[in-house]
Design a protein around this ligand. Structure first.
Ligand SMILES: [Zn+2]
Length: 302
């Protein structure tokens, strides 16, 4: 309690830096007093703090034996050096930010075009050829953009995690949602179950997203699809009591009365005493706005 009162007292005093304190080789920076000699900062702007720092740290230094004019000159020079180093640091930070951002942008393009991660190296090679012939003086800036396969892979993973996090936040705000399930086989003969979600928030904002693409190894029975959907729903922390509709194709694994994924989902919700009736729709998935084409959705995710 006493600590809070003490802190408030300091806040209320609204201390300001007094230019006279420059005699202790201090200057004001970002609301704090900074020593021009050793660059240490003093959090509370109080003359005692600065005098104490000067007396304990620098009184024995050559700065103490300076005459008034000499001292003033030294203060101006040290202040100038400090300003210069700050602006240089800021410039370097923004340059580094731009370089990192470029690396993310190129990685994003590679993902959107479904190119292999190793293409990053080739793209950089091309950029360097162009730079060398058009503006060789800017070579160093472009050279520092990292596009190695490992970097591209890491960047894409980070962006994917970020998209997943946003999707989770979005899902947690849904008052009601519907799921659309579509199952097809990819080039390698692996069954892929696409789970789409359409949800509405209390503010009547509607979202449609590809929730997950789940590879189904082994059998693809209604139970397998049901298990995959349930796992996906849990992963995204969705509340099944808010499920309003399930849309599927008419394959027996989806709509079969006893063991179809959709009836299994309905029974699961009924057993959990969810009073809201669940609608079941089939055969309209490819026309339904609930399921835009897969590539469109994959791209919108990135
Ligand atoms: Zn100092």
């Amino acid at each position: 309690m006493s600590a809070i009162v003490k802190k408030r007292k300091v806040d209320l005093e609204c201390r300001a830096f007094n230019p006279e304190w420059e005699k202790y080789f201090f200057t004001e920076r970002f609301g704090q007093a900074q020593c021009l000699i050793c660059l240490k900062t003093v959090a509370v702007l109080k003359e005692y703090n600065m005098r104490r720092h000067w007396e304990t740290q620098h009184q024995a230094s050559s700065f103490a034996s300076m005459f008034a004019a000499e001292r003033k000159e030294a203060i101006v020079k040290l202040s100038g050096n400090l300003q210069k180093s700050t602006s240089l640091f800021r410039k370097q930070t923004t340059e580094a930010d731009k370089v990192t951002r470029t690396s993310y942008e190129v990685s994003r393009l590679l993902a959107r075009r479904m190119k292999p991660f190793t293409d990053g190296d080739f793209i950089k090679e091309c950029i360097m050829v162009v730079i060398d012939s058009l503006c060789p003086e800017k070579r160093s800036a472009f050279e520092s953009v990292s596009l190695s396969p490992r970097t591209v892979c890491r960047r894409i993973e980070e962006m994917s995690d970020s998209v997943n996090d946003s999707l989770k936040t979005c899902c947690s705000n849904f008052d009601a949602f519907s799921l659309a399930l579509d199952e097809s086989t990819d080039m390698k003969d692996t069954t892929q179950l696409a789970i789409f979600i359409r949800g509405v928030t209390a503010a009547l904002q509607v979202y449609e997203e590809l929730l997950q693409l789940v590879p189904l190894h082994g059998t693809t029975t209604g139970q397998d699809i049901f298990d995959a959907v349930l796992q996906c729903v849990k992963q995204h922390s969705l509340d099944m009591s808010r499920l309003a509709c399930v849309t599927t194709d008419s394959a027996p694994a989806m709509t079969g009365k006893k063991k179809g994924a959709a009836p299994l989902l309905m029974r699961y919700c009924e057993a959990a005493r969810h009073t809201q009736p669940i609608h079941k729709v089939h055969c309209i998935i490819h026309k339904s706005p609930c399921a835009p084409s897969l590539p469109t959705l994959l791209m919108s995710c990135l």
